[in-house]
Design a protein around this ligand. Structure first.
Ligand code: GLN
Length: 529
C-alpha cells in the first residue's frame, strides 16, 4: 500500500478535505522518515522537528474552524509539509546557502516565496542542502555535507538544488522549492526522478533569496508530479514591488490548466527538437528515450519539427562569464563586517594553532583588536568561502576588470543576445521545444568533483534557457538500464522549453506526457538503505 509519505500534494489535500487524515499525521510521518533515512541521505541541512509538529497541529485547528464556519475548501498547500532550499530567507531561521561564511546567519525577514507559502498555511519541515551559493551541479560543493541520490546512494542527486530533489524523491517531504540559475532546479529533478520547473524570469519574486547571478536566478518548485508543480507554482507567482525585476505578467491558475489537460490538446501542436541537443556527448539511452517520446507525441497528432539553436555551443562560455561576473559583485557583501563569519586572525594573533583560520562569528568577533580592515576582509573570505566559490569570484572579477571588460563581459552579453534570437526564431516555427535535461543520468559521487569543466558541461541543455529568460521544466520520462540487466536503473528527465510566459502550454503538455509515460506507477527508488 502506498504510504502517506509517497502521496502527492493533491492526493494529500483530498485526504485532508475528506477528514481521512490530519496535517499532524502527515507531518509526523515525514519527521519519522527523516529521522530514519536522512542520516545517510543528507538531503536536509536543518530540520525543524518541534516547529513542524506544532505548526501542523495549529493548521489542523485552522482547518476545523474553516469547516465549521462554512465548510468551504482551503488552499492546496494548507497543512502540507514542504522542504525549502537553504537559499530562501525565513524569518528567525538559519539561512546558510551551504556556506561557512553564513554558518550562523539568522534570516531577519521572510523571502517573498516563504511569505506566500506561509499565507497558504504550509508546514515548514526544514532547509535542504545545496551547492555553496548555488554554484554547482552535484551538491558536492556544500560546505557541510554531500547529499546522496535516493535511486543509488553512490551517486549525486544533481545540483545545486540537490537536497530539495533528493528530499522529494525519497519521500521526506511533499514538495520543495529550489532556485535555477543555469539548471539547478531541472537537472537535480531529472537526476532524482522528480518534476522541476523554472518559471519565466520575473514571474516569481527574488526578494529574500540569496543572490548568485541576479539576471539569471529564478525560484521554482520541485515536485512529485506535474499537477503538484503547478500547485506549488500557483502559490508563489505574482508581481512584487520588493524585487525590481519582478514583472506584472498575466498570471494564470496553472493547476486548473493541468487538471483540464487531455490528449486532444496535442493534435496540431508543433514540437521542436533542436538538433544541437541530440549531438555528441548525449548518453545513448537518453537519446532513445527522447526518440520514444517524440514518436508517442507524433501518434497523438503532434507535428515534430527539427529545429536549430545554432549558438548553443557558446552558451556555457557566455554563462560562466555572466554568472561569475554577477556573482563576484553579489558576493562582495560577505566581507566579515555585516554578515556571518568574521575571521579573528590578524597580524598579531595568527599563531593560534587551535584555530588556524581564526574563525569567529559576528557576535563573538570583536573589531577592536584589529589593525587592518583589509585583513578582516581577506581572512574572513579566505576562511569562509569554498574553492568553487573562490574560483568563480576570481573569474568574475577578472572578467569585469578594466581592459578585459570588452573582451569577456561584453562578448558574453552579445552571445546572450544571439541565444535569445535563436529561441525567438525557433518559437516562430514551433509551440514548444523538447529535449534532454541532462546529457547523462546521475553520475557517481566524486566522478567529476575534480574536473570543473566536465561538471560545467552537465548543464549544456539547461543554461541557454536562463540566458534567454524562458520557462522550462523537467519531467521523468524513462529509466536507464532497461535493456541491460547489469546497468543501473536511474531516472531520465525530459526537458520542455516554452516561449516567454507560456507556462500554461508547457504544463499542459507536461501533464499529457506524464500520463503517457506513467513514471511514478512504474518506477520508484528502493528506499531500503
Ligand atoms: N550548475 C550551474 C552552475 O554551477 C547552475 C547552477 C544553478 O542553476 N544555480 O552555475
Amino acid at each position: 500500500m502506498t504510504s502517506l509519505n509517497n502521496l502527492t500534494i493533491h492526493e494529500l489535500h483530498e485526504l485532508l478535505k475528506n477528514k481521512e487524515t490530519t496535517s499532524a499525521e502527515i507531518t509526523n510521518n515525514y519527521l519519522k522518515k527523516i529521522k530514519q533515512k536522512d542520516g545517510l541521505l543528507n538531503s536536509y541541512l536543518y530540520v525543524d522537528f518541534a516547529g513542524a509538529a506544532a505548526q501542523a497541529e495549529q493548521t489542523d485547528e485552522y482547518i476545523k474552524k474553516i469547516r465549521n464556519a462554512d465548510n468551504s475548501d482551503f488552499p492546496y498547500l494548507t497543512g502540507i509539509p514542504l522542504s525549502i532550499k537553504d537559499i530562501f530567507l525565513m524569518k528567525g531561521k538559519k539561512t546558510t546557502c551551504a556556506s561557512k561564511i553564513l554558518e550562523n546567519f539568522i534570516s531577519p525577514y521572510d523571502s517573498t516565496v516563504v511569505k506566500k507559502l506561509k499565507e497558504n498555511n504550509f508546514v515548514f519541515l526544514g532547509k535542504t542542502n545545496m551547492d555553496e551559493f548555488a554554484m554547482g551541479s552535484s551538491t558536492e560543493n556544500s560546505a557541510f555535507k554531500t547529499t546522496k541520490n535516493p535511486w543509488d546512494i553512490k551517486r549525486v542527486p544533481g545540483g545545486s538544488s540537490g537536497g530539495s530533489a533528493a528530499s522529494v524523491s525519497a519521500d521526506l517531504c511533499a514538495g520543495s522549492f529550489g532556485t535555477d540559475t543555469g539548471g539547478s532546479i531541472r537537472q537535480p529533478a531529472s537526476l532524482c526522478g522528480a518534476v522541476g520547473l523554472k518559471p519565466t524570469y520575473g514571474m516569481v519574486s527574488r526578494y529574500g533569496i540569496i543572490a548568485f547571478s541576479s539576471s539569471l536566478d529564478q525560484a521554482g518548485p520541485i515536485a512529485k508530479d506535474v499537477l503538484d508543480s503547478a500547485i506549488l507554482l500557483d502559490a508563489v507567482t505574482g508581481f512584487d514591488g520588493f524585487d525590481q525585476t519582478s514583472r506584472k505578467f498575466k498570471i494564470k491558475k496553472y493547476s486548473d490548466i493541468v487538471k483540464k489537460a487531455d490528449n486532444s490538446k496535442i493534435k496540431g501542436l508543433k514540437v521542436g527538437i533542436p538538433k544541437e541537443f541530440l549531438s555528441e556527448g548525449l548518453d545513448n539511452e537518453i537519446l532513445s528515450n527522447i526518440q520514444e517520446i517524440k514518436n508517442n507525441l507524433k501518434e497523438l497528432g503532434a507535428e515534430i519539427v527539427e529545429i536549430s539553436l545554432p549558438d548553443t555551443a557558446y552558451s556555457i562560455a557566455a554563462y560562466y562569464v555572466i554568472a561569475t561576473s554577477e556573482a563576484s559583485s553579489n558576493l562582495e557583501r560577505y566581507d566579515g563586517i555585516r554578515y556571518g563569519l568574521r575571521s579573528a586572525k590578524n597580524s598579531a594573533d595568527n599563531d593560534d594553532i587551535n584555530n588556524p583560520a581564526g574563525i569567529n562569528n559576528l557576535n563573538s568577533g570583536s573589531l577592536t583588536n584589529r589593525t587592518n580592515l583589509e585583513e578582516i576582509y581577506i581572512n574572513s573570505r579566505t576562511a569562509g568561502f569554498g574553492s568553487e566559490v573562490k574560483r568563480r569570484i576570481m573569474l568574475g572579477t577578472f572578467a569585469l576588470s578594466a581592459g578585459y571588460y570588452d573582451a569577456y563581459y561584453k562578448k558574453a552579453a552579445l552571445i546572450r543576445k544571439l541565444i535569445i534570437k535563436n529561441y525567438k526564431d525557433a518559437f516562430g516555427k514551433v509551440d514548444l521545444i523538447i529535449g534532454p535535461t541532462s546529457p547523462t543520468a546521475a553520475f557517481l559521487i566524486g566522478e567529476k568533483a575534480n574536473d570543473p569543466l566536465s561538471m560545467y558541461l552537465s548543464d549544456i541543455y539547461t543554461i541557454s534557457v536562463n540566458l534567454a529568460y524562458l520557462p522550462a521544466m523537467s519531467i521523468p520520462s524513462g529509466i536507464t538500464g532497461k535493456n541491460n540487466p547489469n546497468g543501473a536503473e536511474l531516472p531520465i528527465g525530459l526537458q520542455i522549453i516554452a516561449p516567454w510566459c507560456s507556462e500554461d502550454k508547457m504544463l499542459e503538455t507536461a501533464k499529457i506526457i506524464e500520463d503517457m509515460v506513467d513514471f511514478r506507477k512504474k518506477y520508484q527508488p528502493d528506499l531500503n538503505f
